[in-house]
Design a protein around this ligand. Sequence first.
Ligand code: DGY
Length: 300
Amino acid sequence: MKVLATRRYPGPAFEELKDVEVGSPSDLHAPRPDVEALLVANEPVPLELLPGLRIVSNFGVGYDRLDVAELGRRGIAVTNTPGVLSAATADLTFALILAVRRRVVEGDRAVRAGAWTGSWADGFLAEELTGATLGIVGLGRIGQAVARRAAGFELRVLYTQRTRVDSELAEHRELDELLAESDVVTIHAPLTAETRGMIDARCLARLRVGASLVNTSRGEIVDEPALVAELVSGRLRAGLDVFAHEPHVPEELLSLPNVVLTPHLGSGTRQTREAMTRLAVDNLLAFERGDPPATPVLLP
Ligand code: DGY
């Protein structure tokens, strides 16, 4: 089975693909009648250029840039890599929560700029995490991993999602209540037609003064210009790993002290990225053998 990969994916599992061409995302813009399988990282797939395509293996849990409905109509299988990245993404979420709440990056910049006067007793006062309320938007695998970590920080944990679940990790709230009650809101929903722009200006206005918004899911879930306006006004804080038009980051955010910015690092540990490659490759190898892939999004 001829595989086109949009990069060399990290880890030894990648070498198990026999007939693989290592390209780049721009290779998806040329006609490739010979390609039967794609290994992509949520890059859009121009189906008209790939008449022989049988499977798309997505490196990542989110596949919002793939036209799954059209892939299904054409009888093309789609797989993704859920589960293996939940811990790394939850860890990064906590790194952002701590960084924002405890002004870690602001402090680092001050030290490097020589602006630390030597007094520790009254400078850089931040907000305690212990005892604060954390609101989780989306209690799926990653949301639950965040909730488990939150227990260690003695946080009160709320969650909201369309389907209410019985959970010992978090108490359910409607979105509006969760926003109003939380000191920190963290987003762990997939990007869908329903969640695109879900955290809009009205939602942001419901957050408490000084509350923090953390996003390690997809930038498009938040109305980015509305968030930028709130951050420029200084009313909110944010830890953002994802943006609406990556790798573009709104210019206004770059100089703000109340925002921590990271370049879509959620799953970015060596161990996790290698595990993602393992799963993405295993899905291709299973499909080639005629076995069901372990983590299908859709099978023909
Ligand atoms: C995913 O898996 O969708 C993530 O965005 C990768 O970090």
